[in-house]
Design a protein around this ligand. Structure first.
Ligand code: ZN
Length: 72
C-alpha cells in the first residue's frame, strides 16, 4: 500500500506513507476482513483512530480518499 498510497488517504492529509498504518476500509480485520491492498487504506495514526471512532463518519470519495466528519 505504501507504493500506491504516498500519503495518508484522508482528504488533504500529507503525512507520508512510511508513518502511516494500514486500515481495512470495508471490513475490519477483527471482523473477518482480508489483508488486501485493494481493501486497505493507509492512514496516519491520528486518522486511523478517527476511522475506529464511533463519533466520526467516514465517507469514501471518488478518488479513493476518505473524508472524516464528526457526528452531530
Ligand atoms: Zn492523516
Amino acid at each position: 500500500m505504501g507504493i500506491r498510497d504516498k500519503t495518508c488517504r484522508s482528504e488533504g492529509c500529507l503525512v507520508p506513507a512510511k508513518w502511516c498504518e494500514a486500515h481495512h476500509h470495508t471490513l475490519s480485520w477483527l471482523h473477518g476482513g482480508r489483508t488486501d491492498t485493494k481493501d486497505g487504506k493507509l492512514l496516519c495514526s491520528w486518522h486511523h483512530h478517527r476511522a475506529h471512532d464511533d463519533t466520526y463518519d467516514m465517507t469514501l470519495m471518488a478518488n479513493g480518499d476518505v473524508r472524516f466528519r464528526k457526528r452531530t
